[in-house]
Design a protein around this ligand. Structure first.
Ligand code: ZN
Ligand code: ZN
Length: 401
């Protein structure tokens, strides 16, 4: 399903760009380009194509379309305190889209995340800048940004930060700052932890080697940058409060803009944010994640959550409950699997089937995050203790206690 969705987005972006910047178009052309692919994605997309076709022939309101769907992945939101937030969809890696946010308030422009370092990501951010000026009539733009807040140190969210060096103040949480400032060190030390993890997880040697290489390869993707301000929970940027939400990433920070909460990868509307065990990186892990989720249930005055991927979340509290229930159910599943002793690799295979490439590492990490949570509470025990006394880094087999 993923591919047609992306193909539709790319084609529709082109058409919207043309129509909303004054090029002539026709309903027939819009339908010819988009209709059949929209049908493979879903009825909501077909309805949107209809609306766009009406805009193309001057029958529909382009203002209504712009406010409801956005244009070229740029959507506008107004906060209760008078700020304007632009959500800018940017393809940071092939078929991987991030939401970058520009917050305009009292003549100040703040950027929350900056996309990746790829040419496409940078181009799409520039295109979004044109759209918010030309189509939305926003007087501020990327050139006015004085503060860049990095939501967390995953490369799709911060990889493009080098563009802002010397132009804007770069803010990042204290636990993630070193990823930006000492990227190479971070990759090499994390790869070491991953190596130990994969061995214990019972991953065969050839696959281990492949996954490690993949990990180390990312070292080439980014050149370290200095950060201007290291932040912590409760700090503010231009009056907007930062909430530390460790779990998915150690130094993840969500930002509250009046009644809107930018939730980055802490809360996503459709997928559950990726989890990895704390044994690889401190302050990740399901324990921190669930505590952070619980804390977010108590943040008051939030009418809308804007995530780091996918679409806005109108009911944040409900989504938090769903995600929590999902993990509780997965914990039960993992415990059930371990009635017979299982390695992490075996648990991952049962949960996610056969995975290839980076997906394999993600599946292993997700399985391990759940096993770690249970083992910490004595709900799983190590079934092969005798191996632990004989070998420096043996494969661990977990059994339900
Ligand atoms: Zn992330
Ligand atoms: Zn992300």
């Amino acid at each position: 399903m993923a591919k047609p969705r992306h193909e539709l987005r790319r084609k529709r972006d082109k058409i919207e760009l043309a129509l909303f910047t004054g090029a002539p178009g026709s309903a027939a052309e819009v339908k010819k380009e988009l209709e059949s692919i929209a049908q493979t994605v879903g009825p909501a997309e077909v309805a949107r194509v209809e609306e766009l076709a009406r805009v193309a022939e001057g029958r529909g309101s382009s203002d209504a379309y712009r406010e409801q769907h956005g244009v070229c992945g740029v959507q506008r939101f107004a906060t209760s305190g008078g700020a304007t937030i632009y959500l800018m969809k940017v393809e940071t890696f092939p078929d991987h889209v991030n939401n970058v946010y520009l917050i305009c308030d009292g003549g100040r422009a703040t950027l929350y995340d900056c996309g990746s370092q790829t040419a496409q990501s940078q181009d799409e951010l520039r295109r979004a800048n044109q759209i918010l000026k030309k189509v939305f009539g926003e007087p501020l733009g990327l050139d006015d940004v004085k503060d860049v807040v990095i939501s967390h140190a995953h490369i799709d969210h911060f990889g493009g930060v080098g563009e802002w060096k010397g132009k804007a103040k770069i803010h990042v949480h204290e636990f993630d700052a070193r990823v930006l400032t000492r990227f190479e060190e971070r990759i090499i030390t994390a790869a070491m932890q991953v190596r130990v993890f994969l061995e214990r997880a019972g991953v065969e040697e050839s696959v281990r080697h492949e996954l490690e290489q993949m990990y180390v390869f990312t070292k080439q993707l980014f050149v370290s940058v200095p950060v201007d301000r290291v932040v912590t929970d409760g700090d503010q940027v231009n009056g907007f409060a930062l909430h530390h939400a460790p779990g998915h990433c150690p130094g993840q920070i969500c930002m509250q803009v009046h009644n809107v909460l930018l939730t980055t990868d802490h809360v996503l509307p459709r997928i559950t944010p990726h989890q990895s065990p704390e044994s690889i990186t401190p302050w990740t892990g399901l324990d921190h994640y669930l505590i952070s989720l619980e804390r977010f249930r108590k943040i008051g005055g939030v009418d809308l959550a804007l995530p780091g991927h996918e679409e806005p979340i109108p009911r944040l509290q409900q989504r938090i409950v769903e995600i929590e229930q999902f993990h509780r159910a997965r914990l039960e599943t993992v415990r059930g699997l371990c009635k017979e002793p299982h390695t992490i690799a075996q648990i991952a295979a049962e949960l996610f089937g056969t995975q290839v490439g980076y997906g394999r590492l993600l599946a292993l990490e997700e399985a391990a995050a759940h096993a770690e949570y249970l083992a910490r509470r004595g709900q799983l025990e190590v079934a092969n203790l005798e191996d632990l006394t004989r070998s420096p880094n043996p494969v661990l087999r977990y059994r339900a206690a």
